[in-house]
Design a protein around this ligand. Structure first.
Ligand code: GLC
Length: 739
């Protein structure tokens, strides 16, 4: 009996071993095996990211290499960025494969809102409040990027921002941490899909970690200073959401945080990212940010900067070459433990295995697929769909919009109606400009008689040949005038101290309105702008951001009613510069604003209300939204319920509404905002149609972070509010009992 038992035990053990050995190794296991074979120099090489020669920070020849290809062939770079020519990508990859261990390169690029087919700027996409559309847009961007040989985008940018002076608001999802978290998840899913080795997915990168959008006075690269509690509740959530969504990489921010540059910040990179979130991906520095710890006054020299960044857990250095110059000596001298290097390189190699680069290093270098994919009709149609959903209708008096089908001639005023470059918006470097459809082109293609007039100087905004614009208006059935900033006025290093549109633009609009013709004003920009004169006189205003390759067609879809605009503002639009920073989730304070009283929190010399609030946007139809009805109005600790909200299309045409749910925790151990977005649903309704929407009311809706980072729900009363804008809400009360 014993022998049989022994025999069967051995058999099952053997079977187990075979089954284990038969299972393919995971990317992490494959990385571990490769790591064991690497020299210290080769490991450090993987931590080095260098830009294409046209944007190289420090000439490689200073490091004793005749070319970037030679440095790659020596295994001294793990990744390149800004290489966009497929032939160059292939050549660099072949050089990497000639290195001793043949470790392939990762090629990265800022694909922020499309690669060659450009989608609306991310802040414009965010205005759609359509997560499926946003995810689709990222997926198409990934498709076009992967087909072009690139494996990694430095997106999504998820930095919350409440100050429109900061030029990089155009790259994000606006002021709200809850909505920003939802958009972060959608974009990560869109870029990465479920399989990084698939032909239409690429690695994403959550940036900029952390709180870069809180730069003091909206000045790019400026200091960031806030309490931990404020960070946890209003800036941290989108980074956490991206990590939980499985984003493959993080990029640290240029700014300091708690007085420590993010690139060397152990609280962010170790305590939060690795210990609390158990985040497995790798961290890349932002451009030169390792070396910039010296001008920050944090590292005495580039050697100390390399040590600080490696100690904190910055795995890959973008461009500043401090690791390249100093890390070997730092490890050999014992200043930096080699384990730090091993941890970093393991994460980088794991990503390369997950991308499938070791199995097929040229998998993305398929010029035939690139030609078939780039600017395809499918991708253009998707860009147009995303663009029309991004437009926000701010005003529509006397139903000027949509313009009637029987008009034949249009006065088209303003250089932005005819500028392909501006339609791209910022961070659209590879966008194919001559493929961009301007409004002028789209109107002409539709057969309208277009009387074009420049109306103002594009550089200064001063009126130019106003007479021609007025004559064009008088000889046309309707007027469309485009005003705003230039696309080059927003983006990185584009902080602005003045957001008022030029007086000339606003005076021109007034003169066009005075002709008595129907006037549609398109305001274009990469951020909230101030245009009180236009707000007052124009009957119809659309905010169109920068809509990308299909801008003109998408604008026509909205202007002529083929698409009923459904966008909502993802950022508060100020009425005066003095209001900045301005956001809807402000605190009550001990002296809540009250114009009827003195000594309350308000300005005495400017208006206190914003021009347009967060979540605001009109439609060509109208909707009513009921007060929320709670399935259970009194909850024991830990209990959950649902809020039911009925929305009705009270107008004569179908349209989409974004029903928003806000919560206020009336009394808590820390002061809480007067309201916070905690749910939203976008629904299409036919005229007269009603629908009851269910919103979960759980810990996620009721909780907040304490100053030591615990997420809690405290007992007490809560306002649960529903509506179609942050300033148009009906409320009910929910109570969480003590026990
Ligand atoms: C830039 C930006 C960052 C970008 C990187 C690479 O300076 O801060 O968002 O991804 O450098 O271009």
């Amino acid at each position: 009996m014993k022998a049989i038992h022994l025999f069967s035990t051995c058999l099952s053990l053997l079977a187990g071993m075979i089954s284990v050995s038969a299972q393919p190794l995971t990317p992490r296991q494959r990385a571990d095996r490769l790591l064991e074979k690497m020299t210290l120099e080769e490991k450090i090489g993987q931590m080095n990211q260098i830009s294409d020669k046209s944007k190289l920070t420090g000439p490689v020849t200073e490091r004793g290499f005749s070319s970037l290809a030679e440095l790659v062939e020596k295994g001294m770079a793990g990744s390149l960025l800004n290489v966009t020519d497929p032939k160059a990508i292939r050549a660099y990859q072949e050089a990497a494969l000639r290195s001793r261990l043949g470790i392939p390169l990762i090629f990265g690029l800022d694909v922020i809102h499309g690669m060659r087919t450009i989608a609306p700027i991310p802040l414009g996409e965010a205005a759609s409040f359509d997560l499926e559309a946003i995810e689709r847009s990222a997926r198409w961007a990934a498709t076009e990027t992967a087909a072009s040989g690139i494996h990694w985008t430095f997106a999504p940018m998820v930095d919350v921002c409440v100050d429109a002076r900061w030029g990089r608001v155009m790259e994000g999802a606006g002021e709200d941490p809850y909505y920003g978290s939802a958009v972060a998840r959608a974009r990560v899913k869109g870029f990465q899909g479920d399989d990084l080795s698939a032909a239409n997915t690429i690695m994403a990168c959550c940036k900029h970690f952390a709180a870069y959008g809180a730069a003091v006075s909206g000045k790019d690269y400026n200091s960031v200073d806030m309490s931990r509690g404020h960070f946890y509740n209003y800036y941290m959530p989108p980074y956490k959401a991206a990590a939980e969504a499985g984003v493959a990489t993080f990029m640290n921010a240029f700014n300091d945080f708690d007085g420590v540059p993010c690139t060397g910040n152990a609280f962010l990179l170790q305590e939060l990212l690795r210990e609390r979130w158990q985040y497995p991906g790798f961290v890349v520095s932002d451009w030169n940010s390792v070396g910039e710890m010296v001008p920050h006054g944090y590292a005495a020299d580039r050697r100390e900067a390399a040590a600080a960044a490696a100690d904190a857990g910055c795995d890959m250095e973008m461009c500043s070459l401090c690791y390249f110059d100093h890390l070997k000596e730092l490890v050999e001298s014992g200043r930096v433990p080699e384990k730090k290097i091993d941890d970093a390189v393991r994460r980088i190699l794991t990503a390369k295995f997950a991308l499938g680069l070791f199995d097929d290093p040229m998998r993305y270098c398929d010029t035939l697929r690139m030609r078939r994919t780039v600017l395809s009709d499918e991708i253009r149609a998707a860009a147009r769909d995303m663009a029309k959903r991004s437009v926000v209708l701010l005003k529509n008096d006397r139903r000027v919009l949509p313009l009637p089908a029987d008009i034949r001639s249009i006065a088209l005023v303003g250089p932005l109606c005819d500028s392909q470059t501006d339609m791209k918006g910022g961070w659209a470097g590879e966008g194919v400009v001559d493929s961009i459809v301007t409004l002028r082109r789209a109107l002409t293609d539709r057969g309208y008689t277009v009387h074009f007039a420049e109306g103002y100087d594009p550089a200064t905004g001063r009126e130019r040949d106003t007479g021609a614009a007025i004559r064009a208006a008088r000889s046309s059935d309707a007027v469309i005038v485009a005003v705003g900033e230039r696309a080059s006025d927003s983006g990185e290093a584009k902080s602005r101290g003045e957001l008022n549109l030029p007086a000339g633009q606003q005076e021109l609009v007034k003169k066009l309105v005075d002709t008595g013709k129907p006037v549609v004003v398109l305001v274009m920009g990469g951020r909230p702008l101030i245009f009180n004169g236009i707000r007052e006189c124009a009957p119809a205003i659309l905010f169109t951001w920068w809509l990308g390759t299909e801008a003109g067609n998408a604008m026509c879809d909205v202007i002529f009613g083929e698409y009923n605009p459904s966008g909502k503002l993802p950022m508060t639009f100020p009425a005066h510069m003095g209001q900045l920073p301005i956001y809807y989730y402000h605190k009550s304070t001990g002296r809540p604003a009250d114009p009827a009283k003195s000594h309350t929190t308000r300005f005495i010399d400017i208006e206190n209300d914003p021009a347009y609030p967060f979540g605001y946007g009109l439609s060509y139809t109208t909707f009513s939204v009921s007060a929320p009805r709670l399935e259970k109005a009194v909850l024991a600790p830990g209990e959950e319920t649902r809020a039911l909200v009925t929305v009705t299309n009270t107008g004569e045409r179908a349209g989409e509404e974004v029903v928003q749910l806000y919560v206020r925790d009336r009394f808590a151990s820390v002061t809480r905002p007067v309201k916070e977005l905690r749910g939203f649903r976008k629904v299409m309704l036919a005229p007269g149609e009603s629908r009851t929407l269910e919103f979960p009311v759980t810990k996620e809706q009721l909780g907040f972070y304490t100053n030591d980072g615990k997420f809690v729900v405290e007992p007490g009363d809560f306002d649960i509010m529903a509506g179609n804008s942050s300033d148009n809400l009906l409320r009910t009360t929910l109570t969480v009992t003590q026990q």
